[in-house]
Design a protein around this ligand. Structure first.
Ligand code: AHG
Ligand code: MN
Ligand code: MN
Length: 336
């Protein structure tokens, strides 16, 4: 990378102009999402001073108690995106159904999906949290816009990313041309390119899973983790380290930075649910980022990006990160 500072704006203009990767409407959309993330970052930073911490007294469609910041972040993303003319509709983890761009604004051809605030349990304890987003194109020829238009496989995404609000605020993005990271320069108020062509090492000695659920796991996951825990003396022949932030953004950010494997697998707590994490707001965007960085993402049986969603708020089992490790856990599931 040259020593010139490259802003997100310039990066996107070049993706559009030089490389022809993104149309201008998509560029605008990504700029607006980044602006919304800046505002959310401000709110997160203020914490108690901004009166944004603590629980709201509402539940979301998935029966989870909402935090004030879940609702604030959702509103910021909607207000920032509804008027620009680039979107047809939005869908969010925090809304029961899709939000169609109101008639008073022009309708564009893109669909935006987001987890406005990921890692809600970490908000009040001052641990990294984030926003995850995914962009789809409205299917050709569909009139108006409906929930059906959103039910596309992750492989159809045209852009995906997240913004992590940690010691630094970092926006991580793919438009299908590798993964780039941008750090927020608070004095300038802009995101500056700080890493390009991010690569996840294929092997790792670090795994991330909520160990308190061990007794509920399925045999293949238990086998994988048991083998990690035996370390040098076991079949893996090396010692493993464990990390679990409980904010997917932070765990995935670590994996994009230094490798590792992240698992939130199906378990026996609520056997009828395919997993805890959401396919459209969490697994698909993170799965694509990880693949774009040379890693892999599966549900234990198939590639996440190949799953045909049946409904907007669908949940999924997630195994992602360093390629050889993800392939190993997947092979333990499929018996191959
Ligand atoms: P959200 O805050 O958007 O509901 O997502 C939380 C998710 C994810 O970020 C994290 O990996 C996982 O839930 C943590 O779950 P546990 O508390 O069960 O470990
Ligand atoms: Mn989440
Ligand atoms: Mn959330």
């Amino acid at each position: 990378m040259s020593n010139k500072r490259i802003s997100l704006t310039r990066y996107l203009v070049e993706q559009q102009r030089v490389d022809g990767h993104i149309p201008s409407q998509l560029r605008l959309l990504l700029e607006v999402v980044a602006r919304a993330c800046k505002s959310i970052s401000q709110a997160v930073n203020k914490g108690d001073l901004g009166g944004v911490l603590g629980a709201a007294s509402t539940e979301n469609v998935q029966g989870e108690m909402q935090k004030q910041l879940d609702i604030i972040a959702n509103e910021v993303l909607i207000e920032a995106n509804e008027w620009g003319g680039h979107l047809a509709a939005m869908a969010s983890e925090e809304m029961d159904s899709i939000y169609v761009v109101p008639n008073r604004y022009p309708q564009g051809e893109y669909l935006l999906l987001f987890d406005p605030l990921d890692g809600s349990s970490n908000i009040d304890v001052n641990v990294s949290i984030g926003t995850i987003f995914s962009v789809l194109k409205k299917p050709e020829g569909s009139i108006g816009v409906s929930e059906q238009d959103f039910l596309q496989r992750g492989a159809q995404q045209v852009a995906a990313g997240y913004c992590v609000y940690g010691p630094q605020t970092t926006l991580v993005l793919t438009v299908g041309d590798g993964v780039a990271m941008f750090t927020l320069d608070r004095e300038q108020g802009s995101f500056v390119l700080t890493k390009e062509n991010v690569q996840i090492p294929p092997d790792t000695k670090e795994f991330a899973i909520n160990m308190s659920n061990m007794r509920h796991w399925d045999a293949p996951v238990k086998r994988y983790v048991d083998e990690c825990l035996i370390g040098k003396e076991g079949p893996r022949g090396k010692d493993f380290n464990m990390r679990w932030v409980a904010s997917m953004v932070a765990d995935v950010h670590r994996i994009l930075t230094r490798g590792g494997i992240f698992m939130y697998p199906w378990d026996k707590r609520e056997p009828e649910k395919p997993g805890k994490l959401r396919l459209m707001y969490e697994a698909n965007p993170m799965g694509w980022l990880v693949e774009q960085a040379g890693g892999a993402a599966t549900n234990g049986k198939q590639r996440i990006l190949d799953i045909q969603p049946g409904k907007l708020h669908e949940r999924v089992s997630v195994i992602l990160g360093s390629k050889n490790e993800v392939e190993r856990v997947t092979a333990y599931h499929t018996g191959l």
